[in-house]
Design a protein around this ligand. Structure first.
Ligand code: HEC
Ligand code: HEC
Ligand SMILES: [Cu+2]
Length: 404
């Protein structure tokens, strides 16, 4: 396969050219024959109708069998190429697409979300799609792929970008006002650039202590759920009593921070009774003081999950497709520009009456959650309600917009 030829576009184009070619040939043939016969049997030469019909078995067989064969090859060629569009090649990258009134959202395997579809050049991409409201239709003209997205159901397409670049994505379900505004793009990046783009992981929501336990391999010997293993389970240690062997002497204590510290730094000094003394010692080179503290906090139930980072409004505007309808530089798009929004007076239509309003927090929250209530004059009522965003996300966006 030539790596510069786009596989899905190629499949569709070949069939199109094949069917179009035959149709053109027939059109020309029939037109030429019609003109020839019209001239040859014109009325001035043959004033009376004549009938000279001689049947020909071979001719009739030929023009029955030949078109049938042609139509069958069209079917066969179309069908095999269609299967090529449905059978996803192995090693395809998987992306989820969610359509809503009126935007697209893409989710990658690592949980990252974007409103443009970022893909590496040269790798097949499988897009599994659904819709949260009505039918939409995922259409990438450059790759000749087009498929409905259906609420409550998953559909898919695959494609492979062969050249870096930006390719349009449209919604081709033209049965409502806003579908035509659902414009975004495939951003095909060279593989190295894609790797860099995919690099920074979102901060983990797991407590540091748990991550250390897993990274250091502690969980190979210790369960975290109460079940016994090579070592005692590390489940809910806080306040438990322990029978220990210290230099051959039996001793009892209740678990606290100091004990845990010793148990990890010098496990051979005190052995939990009933277990073999095989736990390796973790000195500060292997396990830093910070990580040790995190583990101890986690084991004693004092671990805190790192605070979720404050939602970043400019990212939210990107991810949720707002910038497909609103510009940030003053230029006119489907919706009003965000530039200068915080200090603007807008004319809105409410229940058919016009009203002049100073933009403030309440107005913006309303514009986001119930865009149909106050319609900005001169714009179509196609803004999707952003009620799927959390309160924090809405607040972050409003704060951001007020400063524009
Ligand atoms: C090769 C298996 C093994 C690995 C790896 C291991 N341990 Fe242990 N650990 C044990 C055994 C066996 C015991 C019980 C005997 C003893 O006290 O040394 C134990 C005991 C402990 C105790 C005392 C538990 C109690 O109930 O009193 C703590 C705490 C502990 N380990 C934490 C850790 C941490 C943290 C790590 C990783 C940094 C780790 N262990 C890695 C085998 C292991
Ligand atoms: C499909 C296009 C579209 C999308 C997507 C869209 N909007 Fe809108 N938006 C509009 C239109 C059109 C208007 C003006 C009509 C109205 O008031 O509903 C508008 C109005 C607004 C207003 C009021 C503006 C003013 O000048 O008073 C705000 C604020 C706003 N949108 C924010 C957003 C945010 C934030 C998002 C993303 C979560 C978003 N929009 C997504 C089309 C869109
Ligand atoms: Cu749509």
């Amino acid at each position: 396969m030539n790596p510069n030829i786009n596989p899905t576009a190629q499949a569709v184009d070949n069939v199109l050219i094949y069917i179009f070619g035959f149709s053109l040939l027939l059109l020309l043939g029939i037109t030429v024959a019609t003109i020839y016969l019209v001239i040859k049997y014109r009325r001035s030469k043959y004033p009376e109708p004549t009938s000279e019909v001689h049947g020909s078995f071979w001719l009739e067989t030929l023009w029955t069998v030949l078109p049938t064969l042609i139509v069958l090859t069209m079917f066969w060629y179309g069908w095999t190429n269609y299967l090529g569009l449905r059978n996803v090649p192995e090693g395809a990258m998987e992306v989820k697409a969610t359509a809503r009134m009126w935007s697209w959202q893409f989710e990658y395997p690592d949980g990252r979300k974007t409103s443009k579809l970022f893909v590496p050049v040269g790798q097949p991409v499988k897009v599994t799609m659904t819709s949260v409201d009505v039918l939409h239709n995922f259409f990438i003209p450059a790759f000749r792929i087009k498929r409905d997205t259906v609420p409550g159901m998953e559909t898919y397409v695959w494609f492979q970008a062969t050249e870096p670049g930006s390719y349009d994505i449209f919604c081709a379900e033209y049965c409502g006002t806003g579908h035509s505004a659902m414009i975004t793009s495939v951003e095909a990046l060279p593989p190295e650039e894609y790797a860099t783009w995919a690099q920074p992981q979102p901060p983990s929501a797991e407590p540091r202590g748990l991550i250390v336990l897993q990274e250091q391999g502690c969980t190979g010997c210790h369960s975290l759920d109460g079940s016994d293993g090579i070592g005692p389970s590390l489940y809910q240690l806080s306040g438990q009593q322990r029978k220990l062997l210290v230099a051959g002497q039996s001793k009892e204590l209740s678990i606290d921070e100091d004990y845990l510290r010793r148990a990890i730094r010098e496990p051979e000094a005190e052995i939990v009774s009933g277990y073999d003394p095989i736990m390796p010692a973790y000195d500060s080179d292997t396990l830093s003081e910070e990580d040790l503290q995190a583990v101890i906090d986690y084991l004693l139930g004092k671990a805190t999950v790192p605070a979720a980072p404050k939602p970043d409004a400019s990212v939210l505007l990107q991810e949720n497709g707002c910038l497909g309808c609103h510009s940030q530089d003053g230029s006119e798009m489907v919706g009003p520009t965000f530039k200068g929004l915080g200090s603007r007076e807008v004319v809105i239509e409410r229940d058919g009456k016009e009203e002049r309003i100073k933009v403030d927090r309440d107005y913006l929250l309303r514009a986001l959650k119930q865009p149909k209530v106050d319609l900005v004059k001169g714009y179509p009522p196609i803004m999707p309600a952003a009620d799927y965003l959390s309160t924090e996300e809405l607040d972050a966006i409003v704060e951001h917009l007020l400063k524009q």
